[in-house]
Design a binder for this molecule. Structure first.
Ligand SMILES: *[C@@H]1O[C@H](CO)[C@@H](O)[C@H](O)[C@H]1NC(C)=O
Ligand SMILES: *[C@@H]1O[C@H](CO)[C@@H](O)[C@H](O)[C@H]1NC(C)=O
Length: 362
């Protein structure tokens, strides 16, 4: 009995939580994609595309069954029927994702025009919907490669709009300046020349193709590679073959890095990197590249080592040498009693010392 009540309470709670969760989900209320507003020409073309999808969807006809002659007749009447228009309009904008709400609104506002096109134009296989509605009736779009209120042709129309290397601003709409916005590497009103620091390729016919100059070049180049530069960028200089080569700034007289840094050359520049902790001035990275050792460090061979480590080492060395001395004395004492035994002991101590030293220097 109690179990039943508990289970019911749990079930109700679960349902409540589920309800709250779905209510909070984005999309069940307002989806940012579908509520987005589109530009005038764009929304017209979204509607036209959706309408054309509807035409395709209903192309197979509506009625089925009956003999084939009857079916043919029905297909013909259905093709331009009001019924088909209604079926297309019912699903209009349903597959649209971005601007769906706007599409529905646009549909409602232009229902009469859609009907008019269906009755007076489509029936007689006339102008397509995009051109009739968006360009000529509503005047929100232009033909491809035309722009602005007057639908003027884009620069270079018709053969090479923006030389094929740019976009015409306002292309296909009643907006925009019609100026070419060129791809990187191209410049000029028609994108017909190469941008600074780009050069024209071998096939300098139409359309031109431009490639980037070598990174060492300043003020342009005649071709690819560091040999073709007009001049060299900072950090580079011409060699005897007039090729721009990297300047090794680290070799130059005036020292550019701080005392606690070393210089590292890079292509076109250099950088100053901090010396190792063990160094007081250095030629490079690591405790083996010190000019002098930093305070608290002592040079041992090539390397500057921490004093505390060196101290401990020297203590260990002292202990070791004392041990060797002890062993030597023991051998000498035994030698006075028994020469044979002494030589055995001496040889084993020798071997021991040799191995120890070998491992230490190892
Ligand atoms: C203009 O738009 C059409 C259709 O989107 C496209 O094919 C054409 O390349 C565009 N032209 C330019 C220059 O932007
Ligand atoms: C201790 O002995 C080692 C090995 O013989 C040697 O390399 C090192 O320099 C010595 N250290 C000191 C502090 O004398």
């Amino acid at each position: 009995m109690v179990d039943m009540i508990q289970m019911r309470v749990v079930a109700v709670l679960l349902l409540l939580m589920l309800g709250l969760a779905t209510a909070g989900l984005p999309g069940s209320g307002s989806d940012p994609k579908s509520s987005r507003r589109l530009a005038p020409c764009q929304i017209c073309r979204v509607l036209v595309t959706s309408f054309n999808t509807g035409i395709e969807r209903t192309a197979k006809g509506h009625y089925t069954g009956g003999d084939s002659a009857w079916e043919e007749e029905n297909k013909k009447t259905y093709k331009n029927s009001e019924l088909r228009l209604t079926e297309i309009q019912e699903m209009l904008c349903s597959e649209v994702s971005v601007g769906k709400d706007h599409c529905h609104e646009f549909h409602i506002n232009n229902e009469d025009l859609l009907e008019q096109w269906w009755e007076e134009v489509y029936r007689f296989a006339g102008e397509d919907l995009d051109s009739w509605l968006c360009i000529n009736q509503l005047k929100v779009c232009c033909k491809d490669n035309h722009f602005g209120a007057e639908c003027l042709p884009c620069p270079g129309y018709p053969d090479s709009v923006c030389s094929g290397h740019g976009k015409c601003k306002g292309n296909g709409t009643r907006k925009g300046s019609g100026q070419c916005s060129c791809e990187t590497g191209y410049a000029g009103e028609l994108c017909e020349t190469c941008a600074p620091l780009f050069f024209q390729g071998q096939n300098d016919g139409e359309p031109i193709s431009c490639s980037a100059c070598h990174k060492a070049c300043k003020g342009g180049c005649k071709g690819s590679g560091a040999k073709s530069c007009e001049s060299c960028k900072e950090g580079w200089e011409f060699d005897e073959q007039l090729e721009c080569i990297d300047v090794n700034e680290c070799l130059s007289e005036q020292r550019k890095c701080k005392n606690t840094e070393f210089c590292q050359n890079m292509e076109g520049s250099y950088s100053c990197l901090a010396c190792d902790f063990a160094c007081n001035g250095c030629f490079g990275d690591g405790p083996d590249m010190c000019e002098t050792c930093a305070e608290g460090y002592t040079r041992q061979g090539k390397i500057c080592k921490d004093n505390s480590i060196v101290e401990r080492q020297s203590q260990m060395n002292t202990t070791r040498y004392l041990t060797y001395c002890g062993l030597a004395i023991v051998s000498l004492i035994v030698l006075q009693k028994n020469a044979a035994l002494a030589s055995v002991i001496g040889v084993s101590f020798g071997v021991y010392i040799a191995i120890t030293e070998y491992l230490l220097t190892g």
